[in-house]
Ligand binder design. Sequence first.
Ligand SMILES: [Zn+2]
Length: 396
Amino acid sequence: MKYSKIIFLSLLFFSSLAFAGGEGDWEGMGGELFTYRRNPWFVKNVQTVNYCVQIDASSFSATPDTVREVIKESIKYWKTEFTGSSRSGPGFANLATQDFVEVALCDQADLQFKMGYSTLTPKEVEFLKDPTHYIGVSVRKTYDEVNMKGTGFIYISSDKGPHAYPQNNENILPEAWRYKKLLNYALIHELGHVFGVPHTGSGIMSEVFLDQLLTKRFSGFYQANPIEKFLRPPEKFQVCSLNGFFHPGFFKVDFDTKCLLFEAVDSDKLHWNISYVKDGSTSAVFLGYLKATNMQMTEFALKPSVVIKLPEGQAVYSNQDRLYTNNFMMGPVFADRSTQGIYVNSAASQRPYKIFMDVKPDGMTVMANVDGKLINVLKYFRPSLLNKVLPVQMPE
Ligand SMILES: [Zn+2]
């Protein structure tokens, strides 16, 4: 491993273990192909999860109070994400429904938060090989196949001292845990694995997310913006040249318009107010709105964020809980909808223009008829390392 340079799109660290074996029943979360290795550690039969917190204060920049606060916020993040995204009925499972309670003794904990190198046991160090290669990692140590319950730990790397992730790299932010939001993101990512979410997409659960998070040119973005949603579209977003494009002619904005700002009017994210910002200006001017019109045409793609594999002898999900005799359950689903709608420009003619919109957690596409052709008039991608490196070009 060389730390002299970060090469974009290559994996320098691994935010999660991609190997397992040689250490009894321990499972790194992520990368495995087999059976229920990625199952959530806790499902509906578990009411309370006891967790403990260990901090290597000399090598960890966040204070114990901040660590505890951020752990609670990260648990709450997933509870909020999953609430309202879980379907009921056969085949679906709710997740993160447990009460999380901190206990003093780690041998009584189902989940251990280990902050910094010296919190690791020799066996854990041996399993991780070289903990400085991780920013964070979640390791499931035991799994009870009958009760479908796991135990294990989340490790967050030291950010100072000899066992920290590399501190003198020109591209990597040193002492990252001085910034609460970055620690929050790291914990959200690892807790996602505890709740069974695999690496997916370009956002917080992407395989390279933690690498992005601590990349200097990128960490500022994460610090400055609200914590990214996972299952649902954002409340608001802006489309500028780095994260999408818009068709000025269709939206009837001047060609020196720098960004379009979208703000959801409804919680379903099917009605958006739009403003624009011109080059050299910081003030947003109201432009109009996009709204779904034909609700029958709204499609909800059923894309689960978590798939739970049922072990042979499990005693948690009955035949009634399951869909047919499937040997898996589906966790919370991504809000992913396509619908017909209208665009109304309040300053211009007020005439509604027909559109098709596709709204997802990580982006939005709007299509409309322009000069007799159905084309993309808006494309928004949630900012990620990819479109920082390869800016989206306006199509010809
Ligand atoms: Zn991961």
